[in-house]
Design a binder for this molecule. Sequence first.
Ligand SMILES: *Cc1c(COP(=O)(O)O)cnc(C)c1O
Length: 398
Amino acid sequence: MNEPRMSTKAIWAGESDYLAFGATQVPVVHSVSYGYDNMDEWYEVAIGNKKGHIYGRNTNPTVEAFEDKIRLLEGAEAATSFSTGMAAISNTLGTFLFPGDRVVSIKDTYGGTNKIFTEFLPKQHVDVILCETGNHEAIEEEIAKGCQVLYLETPTNPTVKITDITRMVRAGKAAGAIVIVDNTFATPINQNPLELGVDLVIHSATKFLGGHADALGGALCGSKELVEKVYHYREINGATLDPMSAYLLLRGMKTLKLRVDKQNENAMKVAEHLKTIDGVESVFYPGLTEHPGHDIAKQQMRGFGGMLSFSVKGGVDTVRHLLPKLKYANRAANLGAVETIVGPSRTTSHVECTPEERAAMGIPEGLIRYSAGIEDIEDLIEDLDQAFHALPEHLFAR
Ligand SMILES: *Cc1c(COP(=O)(O)O)cnc(C)c1O
């Protein structure tokens, strides 16, 4: 038989080792510690010579099933997990960056990641270089000057810019850097960065992987050697994924392929429809042929993703009137759930930044981030139409 395809993997992968009592579903093991009558066996497990569990901050069977499923979906040798996506990012950067080191990244990373780069790492005397997202030459030039870590995110939050992963891997490898990609927006359904030569893939499992906006979590996939280093950092520093969240994420992941396929489709149709609406200024979606990253996205992604953004005529005023009128959208800071979610970027992904910082990142104050859910597309389109029609006239008269 062939290697199982994505949907089959999402459903079956990583579960069989964790079933007990004939159960067909992975149990939620809430036990903090694991007991041993045999002192020699306990010792063997404790030093890692024998498979088993010792203490919940280190490992847990439910959490391990989650790690195994994301590992198989990303085609990785190893995976580990974290309490949140930001814990995955901070623990990974913390593992590989030391005083005097240099990290190259882009200006458009997730707001929290950007804060690590601009606020925390400089205090630890790590030299942080943030390049213009999408300017591949500028990134290559900075990489060539030497760096320990090359950190990328593609597509980016919130203007869904695309970075050529293969090209960046080539430059990163030549400089001897560890290449990391935050794959949260794409999901393993649309993009597998490890296949393109990336060393480590990070996920905020809170978003598409869980898909139901009811559990926080993070994941890291890559080679055994690198993942084990980050696992060690995490087990000591303590940002452990809890078993109940691991269970909710596992359950959500079973429908990952179904959901993401539908979200890809809905996002494309919403993006196309927004272009025909009078009050819309610009639409950002890599699936649109006029999007600057479209050709690269077509090469490295199997689908263009569920995330898009658009700016409206009349700026923040219009946003203030428009968003409350939407019937089938949560106005919230999350993304990647079964429900459509909208929010102004200045309140969601980049709330940590000042207006000046957002402007420097090319994020208009009137930008709306749109995370397509799995509703019927006709309803999403009718909803946008009625919301725009109900706007006060004066907003577009500028
Ligand atoms: C949400 C998000 C994060 C952070 O994840 P949390 O689970 O909220 O900590 C990191 N990267 C991207 C791209 C995200 O969207």
